[in-house]
Ligand binder design. Structure first.
Ligand code: UDX
Length: 439
C-alpha cells in the first residue's frame, strides 16, 4: 500500500472481534500506528503470538507483518491505549437481547472509559453495527463523564466487510460511509482511508447509522425474496437458478445475493434485521417487510427438513451425513448457522448425524457436546453407510468430491443440496436421488 504522502494517525481499536481485529490490521497496513485492545486478556496474549481468535483468510499474515513493522500492537489496557491515541474506533460486541434490541452495555462502558481518559482532542468513531441514534448517546455519555472541557468528536463509520472475505473487503470497499458533525472529523476520517480509492459518502451520524441498517436489511430481503421464489418454482416445476440468472442480468437488480437455499445465518443479518425492526418500532414505524423476510428465512430450514423427510419417510434410526456446518464458506463461524436448527431437528426426530466441516469442526464440537452426533475427519469418512447426504455450506472443497466414491460409500444414494451447489441432473445420472431448492 502506498501511504507515504498521507497523514498518519495514532489509532486505538477497541474490541478484537471480526470487525475490530480486521480493521486494526488493515489500518496498520495503510500506514497508521494502531493499538488493538480487548478486555479478554487471553485473546490479547494469543494475538501477540499471532494466534488468531477465528479463521479469516489472509488475516494472520497481515497481523504478523504489521506486528513486525511495529505498526500494530495489542494491549489489554484500554486506559493506556486511549491516552496515547487521537482516533478511537469502537468495535465491541452488540449482542442481541431477548426482545430483539441490541445490548449496548459494552459501548456505554467504552464511552465512559474514553471520557475518563480524555487528555487531548480525540475522534471517537463507532464501527460496531449499532441502532440509529447510538452516536448521539456516545456523545452525551462522554460529555457527561469527562472531567474537563477538552474537545472531542463522535462519528459513525459503519463496516461492510463480509466474514471470509474481510481482508479483501477492507482494502476494496464499494464505498466508505462517514457520519460526522464537524469538518475536522470529516478530514480525519478521509485521512484514515486516504490510500483507498473509492467513493466516500459523507452524512450526518444518524444517516450513516441507517445506511448500515438498510444495507444489511436489503441484502437479507434479496435472499428471502429469491427463497420465496424458489418455493413457487418447486410448486410450478420451474428452475430458480435460471430465474435468478435472468433477474440478475437486469442491472437494476444485480446478480449477487440471489442464491436460493436454506437461508442466511451468521452474526450480522439475523441480529441486524431484528435490531432494525426493533428500533423502527421504537421510533414509530412498523417494518412489516422485514418481519416477512425473517419469516421466509426461518421457513427455508423447515422446508429443507421436510424435503429430506419426504424421501426418508421415518428419520428415527437413520444415519445422516452433514457436509458443511459454518453459516457460509471460508469461516469457522457457527453463529446462527442454519445447520444448527437442521441438525437439531434431525436429532430430535431420532436420526444419527455424522458431521464434517473444513474449518468449523471445533466450534461445532462445543455446540453439539453431549448430543447424538459423530465428527468425521473428511468427506468420505462422513458419508460412509449413511442414508442421506446433506450439503449445508458451499465449501469449495465439496465441489471436488468424487461422487462415484460417495455413491459406493452411502447406504442410500440420497443427496439433499441445501445450497444448490450441484447440477442435479448430473448426480441423477450417476444414480443419486437429488433434492435441490427450487429446481
Ligand atoms: C454480511 C454483509 O454481507 C456485510 O456487508 C456486513 O458487514 C455483515 O453481514 P456476512 O454475514 O459475513 O456479511 O456474510 P454474507 O456473505 O453477506 O452472507 C450472509 C448469509 O447469507 C450467509 O449465511 C450466506 O450463506 C447467505 N446467503 C448469501 C444466501 O443464502 N444467499 C445469497 O445469495 C447470499
Amino acid at each position: 500500500m502506498d501511504h507515504k504522502n498521507h497523514a498518519q494517525h495514532r489509532i486505538c481499536v477497541v474490541g478484537a472481534g471480526h470487525v475490530g481485529l480486521v480493521s486494526a490490521a488493515c489500518f496498520a497496513e495503510l500506514g497508521h500506528s494502531v493499538v488493538c485492545t480487548d478486555n479478554d486478556t487471553k485473546k490479547i496474549a494469543a494475538l501477540k503470538k499471532i494466534q488468531m481468535p477465528f479463521y479469516e483468510p489472509g488475516l494472520a499474515e497481515l497481523v504478523a507483518k504489521n506486528i513486525k513493522k511495529k505498526t500494530l500492537l495489542f494491549s489489554s489496557s484500554l486506559d493506556e491505549s486511549i491516552l496515547k491515541s487521537d482516533v478511537i474506533f469502537i468495535a465491541v460486541g452488540t449482542p442481541p437481547l431477548a426482545d430483539g434490541s441490541a445490548d449496548l452495555t459494552s459501548i456505554e462502558t467504552v464511552a465512559r472509559t474514553i471520557a475518563r481518559n480524555l487528555n487531548a482532542y480525540k475522534l471517537v468513531i463507532e464501527k460496531s453495527t449499532v441502532p440509529v441514534q447510538t452516536g448521539q448517546k456516545i456523545k452525551e455519555t462522554i460529555s457527561r463523564y469527562r472531567k474537563n472541557n477538552i474537545a472531542f468528536d463522535v462519528a459513525s463509520n459503519p463496516e461492510f466487510l463480509r466474514e471470509g472475505k474481510a481482508v479483501y473487503d477492507s482494502f476494496n470497499p464499494d464505498r466508505i460511509v462517514i457520519g460526522v458533525e464537524s469538518k475536522k472529523a470529516e478530514r480525519i476520517l478521509r485521512e484514515l482511508y486516504a490510500p483507498l480509492k473509492t467513493s466516500v459518502i459523507v452524512a450526518d451520524i444518524n444517516t450513516a447509522e441507517i445506511i448500515k441498517h438498510a444495507s444489511n436489511s436489503f441484502l437479507a430481503t434479496k435472499i428471502s425474496f429469491i427463497n420465496a421464489v424458489s418455493r413457487v418454482c418447486d410448486l410450478a416445476g420451474a428452475n430458480v437458478e435460471t430465474v435468478a440468472h435472468a433477474l440478475g442480468l437486469d442491472k437494476r437488480i444485480g446478480k449477487q445475493f440471489l442464491q436460493a437455499g436454506i437461508g442466511y445465518g451468521g452474526f450480522c443479518f439475523p441480529k441486524d434485521l431484528e435490531a432494525f425492526i426493533y428500533i423502527s418500532k421504537k421510533i414509530g414505524y412498523d417494518f412489516g417487510i422485514l418481519k416477512e423476510v425473517k419469516k421466509v428465512n426461518d421457513e427455508q430450514r423447515t422446508y429443507f427438513i421436510e424435503k429430506v423427510k419426504e424421501r426418508l419417510w421415518v428419520l428415527k434410526g437413520k444415519k445422516i451425513a452433514i457436509l458443511g456446518l459454518a453459516f457460509k464458506p471460508d469461516t469457522d463461524d457457527m453463529r446462527f448457522a442454519p445447520s444448527i436448527d437442521i441438525i437439531n431437528t434431525f436429532l430430535r426426530e431420532g436420526a444419527h448425524c455424522v458431521l464434517y466441516d473444513p474449518q468449523a469442526q471445533s466450534e461445532a464440537k462445543m455446540l453439539f457436546k453431549g448430543k447424538r452426533v459423530r465428527f468425521a475427519s473428511n468427506v468420505y469418512a462422513a458419508v460412509k453407510e449413511c442414508d442421506c447426504l446433506c450439503f449445508l455450506t458451499e465449501w469449495d472443497e465439496f465441489k471436488k468430491i468424487d461422487f462415484k466414491k460417495v455413491k459406493r460409500l452411502l447406504n442410500n444414494p440420497l443427496i439433499a443440496d441445501g445450497r444448490n451447489m450441484f447440477e442435479g441432473n448430473a448426480l441423477v445420472e450417476l444414480g443419486f436421488e437429488y433434492i435441490g431448492i427450487g429446481k
